[in-house]
Design a protein. Sequence first.
Length: 80
Amino acid sequence: MKFGITSGDPRPRLQDHARSGLRRVVRLHTGLPDTTAPDLERLILSALREAGEVPMRGREYFPARVLHQVLALVDQQLTA
């Protein structure tokens, strides 16, 4: 599972990930205000680290089991 949070156009990065075999997009939010994207990325990485989850590759590739936790954090932050 690869999560990515960007405040820019996600299409080029999604294409890069698709070439690496990651073709399924579970959720895509665009137009996030101000510092929402980088703040959310830091929050998710911190929460995963605190839960003892270690990236499998790079700093944002995790086992699929963390998907629920990542989505819950996104939902919590974007509906607050």
